[in-house]
Design a binder for this molecule. Structure first.
Ligand code: PLP
Length: 404
C-alpha cells in the first residue's frame, strides 16, 4: 500500500506556503523534488567521505571512488545493465550531445537519421547538427492524430538506408509512452541503432535497458530526485568499445606521452576530468529511495494521477488538450482559446500552484498543434488526487477572469 502521507514527509518542500497558499507542485516533468534521504546522503558525503576520486592513494580518495562506483552499480542494476555500460554525464542533454559526437564517424553522407516529431530539443538539435556536419539526412517520424508515433510511417522511412533512430520513451509534452521494444525491433531489422531519450521514462518501470533492447539510453538524475548536473548515458558494451572519444583529459587515459596517448577502459575513457562524483552518489541514493517505494507502485500512482488529471481537464470546456495517446504518463499539456498560457501560469502561481508554460523545449511539436505555447501539468507519485482537483478548480476560477 502506497502510504502517501509518509512519503510526503520525505519531501518537506511540499509543505511550504507559496504566495500565501499551500504549495501544489505540479511541475515534476521539469524536475522532481529531492527526498530527505538523498539530501542526507549528500550531507554525509561532505561531512565524512569527500575527496576527489580515482587519483588518490589516500584512504579518503579511495573511499570516495568506491562510493561513486557503488552508485554506478546501483544505476546499472536499476536498468539491468553492466557497470561498464554506465557513463556518467551531466544530464540527458549532455548524454545525447556526447553520443552524437561519439557516433559521428560511423555515419556516412546520405544515410538517414530518424527522430520523432515529439522530441525535446535535446534529442533533436544534436542530430540536426551531426547530420549537417556529416551530410546525413535527418528525417522526422510523424505522429498520428492521437499523438502516438506513426509506426507505419516509421516502417516506410526505415526502407531507406538508416543508421540511427532516436526517440523519447515518454514525450515531455504529450505524455505519450512510446512502445520502445517494438521500435527497437523495427530499427534493428533495418540495421539501425536505437537511442532512447529516457528523461521522462525512468519511473515507468520496469526500466530494463536490456529487455527494451535499446542500444543507448540517456537520462537525468534531477528528474529522479538526485542532484542537477548528473546524468547517464547507457550504451551496449560491444558498441561502446568501438566508439570514438570526444572529450580528453585527466582520468580517461592509459599512457600519455608528449605526442600521443592511449586510453583507459570503458566507461572511464568516456569520463574525462573530475566526474560529478557527488552527483553520482546522489543518483545512487535517489534510485535506492525510489526502489524502496517500489517502481511499479510509483508508475501506477503516476499513471492514475495523470488519468485523473486528463479526466478533470476534459470537464473544463475551454481547455484544448494536446493529443490523446493510447498510453499517457506524467504530463498533460493544453491551451485555452483567447488566453495566453503565460497568464494562466501566473494566475495559478498566485494561488500556490506551480505548473509550466511555454513550448516545453519542443517547439516544432507544439507548433504542429497550431499554438506557440501551452500549459503543462505534470504530477509525480507524491502528489495527491486532492491537489489535482484543487488545480482544476483553480483553473475553472481563473479562466473566466482572463477571458474577461
Ligand atoms: N528529453 C526530455 C524528454 C526531457 O523532458 C528533458 C527535460 O525536460 C530533456 C530531454 C533534457 O533533460 P536535461 O535538461 O536534464 O538535460
Amino acid at each position: 500500500m502506497f502510504d502517501i502521507a509518509r512519503i510526503r514527509a520525505d519531501f518537506p518542500i511540499l509543505n511550504i506556503q507559496q504566495n500565501g497558499r499551500p504549495l501544489i507542485y505540479l511541475d515534476n516533468a521539469a524536475t522532481m523534488q529531492m527526498p530527505v534521504p538523498v539530501q542526507e546522503r549528500i550531507l554525509s558525503h561532505y561531512q565524512t567521505e569527500n575527496a576527489n576520486v580515482h587519483r588518490g592513494v589516500h584512504t579518503l580518495s579511495q573511499a570516495s571512488t568506491a562510493h561513486m562506483e557503488k552508485a554506478r552499480h546501483t544505476v546499472a542494476q536499476f536498468i539491468h545493465a553492466d557497470d561498464d555500460e554506465i557513463i556518467f554525464t551531466s544530464g540527458t542533454t549532455d548524454s545525447l550531445n556526447q553520443l552524437s559526437r561519439m557516433l559521428e564517424s560511423r555515419v556516412r553522407p546520405g544515410q538517414q537519421i530518424l527522430v520523432s516529431a515529439m522530441e525535446h530539443h535535446s534529442n533533436l538539435i544534436p542530430w540536426q547538427e551531426m547530420s549537417r556536419r556529416v551530410g546525413a539526412k535527418l528525417r522526422i517520424i510523424p505522429l498520428d492524430s492521437r499523438g502516438d508515433l506513426d509506426r507505419d510511417a516509421l516502417r516506410q522511412l526505415l526502407r531507406d538506408s538508416t543508421t540511427l533512430v532516436s526517440v523519447a520513451w515518454v514525450s515531455n509534452v504529450l505524455g505519450t509512452v512510446n512502445p520502445i521494444r517494438e521500435i527497437a525491433a523495427l530499427a534493428h531489422d533495418a540495421g539501425a541503432l536505437l537511442v532512447v531519450d529516457a528523461a521522462q521514462g525512468m519511473k515507468l518501470g520496469p526500466t530494463d535497458a536490456v529487455s527494451l533492447d535499446c542500444d543507448f539510453m540517456a537520462f537525468s538524475g534531477h528528474k529522479l530526485g538526485a542532484l542537477t548536473g548528473i546524468g547517464v548515458l547507457y550504451g551496449k558494451k560491444d558498441i561502446l568499445d568501438m566508439m570514438s572519444l570526444v572529450c580528453f583529459g585527466g582520468g580517461m587515459v592509459g599512457n600519455v606521452s608528449y605526442l600521443s596517448s592511449t586510453w583507459g577502459a570503458v566507461p572511464q575513457r568516456f569520463e574525462a576530468g573530475t566526474p560529478n562524483y557527488v552527483g553520482a552518489i546522489s543518483l545512487g541514493a535517489a534510485i535506492a529511495y525510489l526502489s524502496s517505494l517500489g517502481i511499479p507502485e510509483i508508475a501506477r500512482q503516476e499513471r492514475q494521477l495523470t488519468e485523473l488529471l486528463q479526466q478533470e481537464l476534459l470537464s473544463v470546456p475551454e481547455v484544448e488538450i494536446l493529443g490523446s495517446p493510447q498510453h499517457r504518463s506524467g504530463a498533460v499539456s493544453f491551451w485555452v482559446h483567447g488566453v495566453h498560457p503565460f497568464d494562466l501560469g501566473v494566475m495559478l502561481d498566485a494561488l500556490g500552484i506551480a505548473v509550466r508554460t511555454g513550448h516545453m523545449c519542443a517547439q516544432p511539436l507544439v507548433e504542429q498543434y497550431g499554438v506557440s505555447s501551452v500549459v503543462r501539468i505534470s504530477p509525480a507519485f507524491y502528489n495527491t488526487q486532492e491537489e489535482i482537483k484543487a488545480c482544476i478548480a483553480a483553473l475553472k476560477r481563473v479562466i473566466p477572469m482572463l477571458k474577461g
